[in-house]
Write a protein of this length. Structure first.
Length: 361
């Protein structure tokens, strides 16, 4: 809709959705006069007719037709349905069930009932006796039973010594299991102490820390020291609500806008916070960048109607900087906005970083 300034007569084209139903206050960009712009009158007769049409009762849907019974096909009479007796008989007896006779009561009472069937090769070896069934091998009778635990302990000790590199076996004789476990602990402890001593000797001889070249902070160059100082000055300045968007400008065409807030998280007040906004291509190369002090922003209406010179002048205004970017206590924030005129078509992403912040004097 077209809005005219009542003071100087300048006309502006404003979107209708930007004006509230009760009117919105706008400022003339030419004479800075503030006046109220009212939305256009609505056609209440058309809205009333639309509401009446919407409230008209809808036609009830037709009743569903009853479904016809399933048609009987000619092949349904080829075979009669099987009765309960025939189904039970078919499940009971199959053609192959007559190949082998069923087991009778006498067979079930034999010793082999419920056990695995005896095969022809089962006669090659004699049945296992009671000793073998209990897991005892035939050659266990060559030595008395009281010697077997000692042999098992000796085999475990031999395996442990062999794992440590020893070639012989340890003869424990009649030593009990408690003494054997105690000797194992002493052997493990001795091996661990020997390993620690070996590592300490290696560190003492070779001294690897003497080969590390770690420069002190005082040995940094001037540029490196300056970058470290700047990082300390802005390390607790956080960015919040950062966003970007395109907006049409009447005089400069399409412009690219980046805005957000810088928050002071230092324990002491800060002021004159400065940010840098950069635009990158798909390979991460910087296409264009801007550095500016926080504190100034513009409305979307101003971004649409003001010229490039007016926008740049407003964003660099010292009044906004002194108002919103001085003596920021802990937790306070200051806004920022950067406007890029005629942005490159290859822009794929953007970045914002804080580059400076001062202590109040």
């Amino acid at each position: 809709m077209i809005v005219a300034c009542p003071k100087c007569g300048s006309k502006y084209n404003l979107p209708e959705d930007k004006i509230a139903p009760t009117g919105s206050k706008v400022r003339c960009a030419k004479c800075q006069h503030v006046f109220t712009a009212m939305p256009p009158a609505k056609d209440f007769d058309a809205e009333l007719s639309g509401l009446q049409a919407a409230e008209a009762p809808a036609t009830p849907p037709p009743a569903p037709k009853p479904q016809a019974p399933a048609q009987k096909m000619p092949w349904d009479d080829d075979e009669p349905a099987a009765g309960p007796a025939e189904t039970a008989e078919a499940a009971k007896k199959m053609p192959w069930d007559e190949d082998e006779p069923a087991a009778g009561p006498a067979d079930e009472g034999t010793p082999a009932a419920g056990a695995a069937q005896k095969m022809p090769w089962d006669d090659d070896e004699p049945a296992a006796g009671p000793a073998e069934a209990a897991g005892r091998s035939p050659f266990d009778d060559e030595e008395p039973a009281d010697r077997r635990p000692a042999q098992k302990a000796e085999s475990k000790d031999d395996e442990f010594l062999n794992s440590l590199g020893g070639g012989g076996s340890l003869d424990l004789g009649e030593t009990s299991g408690t003494k054997a476990s105690g000797k194992k602990k002493w052997i493990i402890l001795g091996a661990a102490l020997a390993l620690v001593a070996l590592c300490g000797a290696g560190l003492f001889i070779f001294k690897p820390w003497t080969r590390m070249n770690i420069p002190f902070l005082s040995s940094l160059t001037g540029k490196q020291q300056e970058s470290v100082d700047k990082a300390d000055k802005v390390k607790d300045i956080a960015l919040r609500n950062v966003r970007q968007y395109y907006i049409p400008n009447e005089k400069a065409g399409q412009v690219f806008v980046v805005e957000g807030k810088a928050v002071n998280n230092f324990a002491t007040p800060k002021e004159r916070i400065k940010v840098e906004i950069s635009l990158f291509d798909e390979k991460g190369h910087v296409l264009v960048s801007k550095q500016l002090l926080c504190g100034n922003t513009l409305s979307q209406f101003q971004l649409q109607v003001q010229s490039e010179e007016e926008i740049n002048s407003s964003l660099a205004s010292e009044v906004g900087i002194l108002t919103s970017n001085t003596f920021l206590k802990t937790g306070m924030d200051t806004p920022f906005m950067a406007v890029f005129f005629k942005p490159p078509d290859t822009v794929k992403e953007f970045g914002v970083k804080v580059i400076d912040a001062l202590d109040p004097k």
